[in-house]
Design a protein around this ligand. Structure first.
Ligand code: B12
Ligand code: SF4
Ligand code: SF4
Length: 323
């Protein structure tokens, strides 16, 4: 079965897939970088990276013993980032900011939307080969996904630790299908580093979370950690919050300044951006009323009405208390 032909018959643009690649390599190229990072404690407070799931990440076969090959997809949300940027520059902005992936998939949690997209692609491939089995990898699975995307020849690991593609920048989610058989598909060459002498992300990170020599970040210092992940534990490092430049959920600063994303902006200037109803609901809730009105609105919700209002969105992750 020729994968390119089959994928050509799927509307990849509609699924927001900007690129895809193929690999048969089950071993990460840089697992040692990951284990050194954990040994230094730079993963803290994200303990799930250091338990038994650390070893699972050492080889795709630990997670999926039948593994023979993988298709890796880049699901772009670059348009959403432009929509938010336009809002921040407008007179309606209240100065607060949210990670652009939150509205990138029509305001829905990408785990839900992309799981369905990946399952549909997997089932389409399966319908051409009844022996084919597959398993998904999408963020929460014990897979070094940036390394997997690198093995599929889609780009390189930037100094901000983001996986970057020359064509798609870095505003995308990586989602993969792991297969029990090799597929007939082109294998791209590994990409090389295209950061060069640039240090814009390092200079721009307000909390100095980036460790430039290892191309990793110190998780506890990253705004993304303590605005999305940390609220189970009430010991929020609040002094860092003062440096968050308005970000209240996630952080895009080290990507916003990256020239590989900036050049996509210029390409997009021609495009007419349409803000959907679900995207507008999130923007109007968080990013237009005064910050005090936003907190009052959240406080006035019962836990249940919070769940109903934010149903299927990324904001359910940190819950009412976290927000
Ligand atoms: C834990 C985690 C976080 C943590 C830690 C992030 C980090 N940089 O490690 C926190 C909560 C801070 C976080 C934040 C964000 N995250 Co996150 N996160 C993850 C998760 C679950 C694991 C990442 C991990 O293992 N980190 C440990 C480090 C050491 O591993 P690594 O990032 O793969 O790094 C490799 C490099 O460091 C490399 N390496 C080290 N040194 C060198 C040197 C050279 C020369 C080379 C080539 C390579 C290299 O080796 C490592 C192993 O291969 C992945 C999903 C997954 N299952 O992989 C998503 C993931 C990385 N996150 C993602 C996103 C979108 C984000 C945010 C943008 C969300 C936001 N807007 O707030 C931010 C970005 C912050 C940033 N600058 O990284 C995307 C990234 C997509 C992309 N283009 O890279 C992922 C892949 C989820 C997905 N499926 O798309 N995240
Ligand atoms: S996401 Fe924000 S806080 Fe985290 S490394 Fe990038 S700029 Fe720094
Ligand atoms: S801002 Fe510069 S150094 Fe940082 S990831 Fe982008 S190209 Fe690399």
């Amino acid at each position: 079965m020729d994968i390119k032909n089959i994928l050509n018959n799927i509307n990849l643009e509609e699924l927001r897939i900007s690129e895809w690649g193929y690999t048969e390599l089950s071993l990460p190229i840089n697992y040692n970088k990951f284990s050194e990072w954990v040994t230094k404690g730079h993963h803290l407070p994200l303990n799930y990276l250091a338990d038994h799931r650390m070893d699972l990440r050492a080889d795709l076969k630990n997670f999926y013993p039948e593994f023979e090959s993988a298709l890796v997809f880049l699901f772009s949300y670059n348009e959403a980032r432009k929509i938010l940027d336009n809002h921040y520059k407008s007179k309606h902005s209240n100065g607060l900011k949210i990670a652009s992936y939150t509205i990138g998939f029509d305001g829905e949690d990408y785990h839900l939307v992309l799981k369905e997209a990946l399952n549909n692609i997997g089932n389409t491939l399966k319908s051409n080969d009844s022996q084919l089995e597959f398993k998904l990898s999408l963020d929460i699975h014990p897979v070094l996904e940036r390394d997997l995307a690198m093995r599929a020849g889609l780009g390189w690991q930037g100094k901000n630790s983001m996986f970057i593609s020359r064509k798609s920048g870095s505003f995308f989610i990586i989602g993969s299908l792991l297969f029990n058989k090799k597929l007939s598909s082109e294998v791209k060459l590994l990409d090389t580093d295209h950061c060069g002498q640039c240090t814009r992300c390092i200079d721009a990170c307000p909390t100095e979370a980036i460790s430039v020599d290892t191309r990793t970040i110190v998780a506890k210092d990253c705004i993304s950690t303590y605005t999305i992940e940390e609220f189970v534990d009430p010991k929020v490092p609040s002094e860092k919050m003062d440096l968050s430049s308005g970000f209240i959920f996630g952080c895009d600063i080290c990507q916003d300044v990256c020239p590989w994303n900036k050049r996509l902006d210029r390409a997009q200037e021609e495009k007419k951006l349409v803000v959907s109803t679900k995207q507008a609901k999130i923007i109007n809730f968080f990013l237009s009323p005064s910050p005090l009105e936003v907190t009052e609105a959240i406080k006035s919700m019962s836990n249940n009405s919070f769940k109903v209002f934010f149903d299927k969105t990324s904001f359910l992750r940190s819950g009412k208390r976290g927000i």
